[in-house]
Design a protein around this ligand. Structure first.
Ligand code: C2E
Ligand code: CA
Ligand code: CA
Ligand code: CA
Length: 280
């Protein structure tokens, strides 16, 4: 429903001038945010639908703004991408997640648990990405298997060669690669076979109506078959209800993520969930 009001017609509107000014202010403040220690990581659990256990988390960036409070990525990631600042944010995220995984070493024991981070386009083609991740994980004595990057087709498109060199480098280390936002305009089936990925995350827009719309349910069943045929694990995001979780489990979907299982929250909340039972 988010896109309903969006028009294709480009008309210059006085509000756009203000928007430009506002964007400039946000960018200036965002530059200070990293050195000022205002970025935060929230973790959202991923669960195995088939075994009802927590198998990892997605790390999502937040900006604890001194005046505006906790800001979500929709507010600043676009601006960060345009300015290249997203690479610094990404580097900060890699370090923060590696440090957190290091702190969790004892909590995690030998459990199957990996944290996913979102890779922006600029990061995915940045030379030295695999080295950076390798060094950072080593610094905190974190096994590469505990770290996964989520990528979208668009994020790889600007420089496919540099990106695929990075992904292969990460795979060589043992870092996981997963395809994000599958089923949106930013993904195509050829990528399922071309990328060195282990899992595919179906976008929440695919999952949204599976309970009320039998055609959507059938469609998701077919997508799950496609993912399986490609030899990949399936993840459903945006699961908000028990009915959605039940249908996806019955269709053989491997992993699930969404408010039904847990909202993104501070690391301490995530730590409390590890090893605990799930809502069912
Ligand atoms: P995404 O990768 O698709 O992440 C999932 C988004 O869905 C998150 O929004 C999450 O809070 C939200 N979500 C989770 N469960 C549910 C649910 O059951 N229902 C609904 N309606 N939403 C759910 P968030 O945290 O606002 O992040 C938005 C986007 O910002 C992410 O979409 C990702 O593309 C980007 N992003 C977040 N963190 C980072 C980061 O560290 N680096 C980069 N480059 N991008 C990031
Ligand atoms: Ca993601
Ligand atoms: Ca996603
Ligand atoms: Ca999404």
């Amino acid at each position: 429903a988010k896109n309903l009001g969006r028009s294709n017609v480009q008309v210059f509107h006085p509000a756009m001038l203000q928007a430009t000014h506002e964007r400039f202010t946000i960018l200036e403040e965002l530059r200070q945010a990293i050195p000022a220690g205002q970025l935060r990581v929230h973790y959202q659990p991923l669960v195995s639908l088939q075994t009802s256990t927590i198998i990892g988390a997605e790390a999502l960036v937040r900006w604890n703004h001194p005046d505006r409070g906790l800001l979500y990525p929709d507010y600043f990631i676009g601006i960060a991408e345009e300015s290249g600042l997203v690479v610094d944010i990404g580097e900060w995220m890699i370090k923060a997640v590696a440090a957190q995984l290091g702190d969790w070493t004892e909590v995690l024991e030998d459990r199957d648990f990996a944290v996913r981070i979102n890779l922006s386009a600029a990061e995915s083609r940045a030379p030295g990405l695999a080295d950076l991740i390798d060094r950072t994980l080593a610094e905190h004595a974190v096994p590469a298997e505990r770290f996964i990057v989520e990528i979208t087709e668009t994020s790889l498109m600007t420089d496919p060669e540099a990106s695929s060199a990075n992904l292969l480098g990460l795979r060589k280390l043992g870092v996981g690669v997963e395809i994000d936002d599958f089923g949106t305009g930013y993904s195509s089936i050829s990528y399922l076979r071309k990328l060195p990925a282990q899992a595919v995350k179906m976008d929440s827009s695919l999952i949204q109506d599976i309970v009320s719309d039998p055609r959507q349910l059938k469609f998701v069943a077919a997508v799950l078959q496609l993912i399986e045929a490609a030899g990949l694990l399936s993840v459903a995001e945006g699961i908000e209800t028990a009915d959605q979780a039940r249908l996806l489990t019955r269709m053989g979907c491997d992993y699930g993520q969404g408010y039904f299982f847990g909202r993104p929250a501070e690391a301490s909340v995530m730590a409390g969930l590890i090893g605990k039972g799930l809502p069912s």
